[in-house]
Design a protein around this ligand. Structure first.
Ligand code: GDP
Ligand code: CA
Length: 306
């Protein structure tokens, strides 16, 4: 059974490790959002791609959710000492990953080639594909009229500002990376991970051809990142409200209903089942809280049995 998963950062990474435990490596492909990418301290940071890769490699700091476990922060510490406004915490090992990526890009490699080299060196047998080799850069217009780049909003301002508009800059000119369309078309099951629907899944689905490919696919299964009417972490709930979507599993089901066949939502939201089904998807309640790798695997196996 071949499976392709669409993922952002932590929510995607958690389900990816479950799928990795449930499937042979050659049958699994993870397509990852790059709308959060940025150049920081001279290197190309690709946060979601790295989170997914680090989790699959077993080197992630799973408590913090980003970065590498036991990493040190000597570089950022010294930058701060030198008075650079170093608000983006990037561990030393994490920086090295980004430096390798940047130097490969400078040599003419594509982002997907560089990503493939990094994941192989980290011993990850599962294919991890950035959604596009072309730049897509998510930014935000705040309610007080400022434009913030993704990391300024997310990290510098700790996703506190009220957002009036989400912009996916470059999306109209970006093509899916090599392998993305084929990974979707050739999969027996496409899994939409419980990632941020607006800024993680949104950019992937907005790439030319992807939404249509998902609509044409007979078996797309999405997992709700919204449980009990809230995000488990991060601003997904507030960003859904910004784009006019009800902040509930049913709201996400409605947002995805044109390209998703089966919608998995948490058992605690069982009372929303009818509302979810009225969006036109098959609603399946499962335990979706992935507190540890066993929970991830159990959810993955539940999805694969649908
Ligand atoms: P980011 O890029 O690290 O912000 O992460 P993602 O875009 O992948 O996902 C953020 C979303 O993942 C949030 O809305 C969370 O509610 C959701 N999420 C995180 N962990 C879990 C989990 O264990 N279960 C479910 N259902 N959702 C989760
Ligand atoms: Ca992210």
């Amino acid at each position: 059974m071949k499976v392709t998963a669409l993922a952002g950062g932590v929510g995607g990474a958690k389900l990816a490790i479950g799928l990795a435990r449930a499937l042979p490596a050659e049958d699994l492909t993870i397509v990852v959002n790059t709308g959060d990418d940025a150049v920081v301290y001279g290197v190309h940071v690709s946060p979601d791609v790295d989170i997914v890769t680090y989790w699959l490699a077993g080197v992630a700091d799973v408590d913090r959710g980003w970065g590498i476990k036991d990493d040190t922060f000597t570089l950022v510490g010294w930058l701060r000492k030198l008075d650079l406004e170093a608000w983006f915490s990037l561990g030393d090992r994490d920086y090295a990953t980004c430096l390798v990526r940047t130097s490969r890009l400078r040599d003419g490699a594509t982002l997907s080639e560089a990503t493939d080299e990094v994941r192989r060196r980290l011993g990850v047998a599962i294919k991890v594909i950035p959604m596009s080799d072309d730049p897509v850069r998510t930014s935000f217009v705040t309610a007080d009229g400022r434009t913030l780049e993704f990391q300024e909003y997310f990290v510098k301002e700790r996703h506190e500002p009220e957002v009036a508009e989400v912009m996916l800059n470059g999306i109209d000119d970006a093509k899916p990376a090599p392998g993305v369309m084929d990974a979707i078309a050739s999969a027996d099951t496409v899994v939409v991970c419980p990632s941020n629907p607006v800024v993680s899944i949104g950019p992937i689905v907005a790439l030319a051809g992807v939404r249509d490919a998902l609509r044409d696919h007979p078996h797309v299964v999405a997992v709700s990142p919204i449980v009990r009417g809230a995000a488990l972490k991060g601003p997904a709930d507030r960003l859904l409200a910004t784009v006019g979507v009800e902040v509930s599993a049913a709201g996400v089901a409605g947002l995805y209903s044109d390209f998703v066949d089966v919608f998995v939502f948490d058992r605690v939201d069982e009372h929303h089942r009818d509302e979810i089904e009225s969006a036109g998807v098959t609603a399946v309640p499962l335990d979706t809280i992935m507190d540890n790798a066993n929970a991830s695997e159990q959810l993955a196996r539940g999805i694969l049995s649908l």
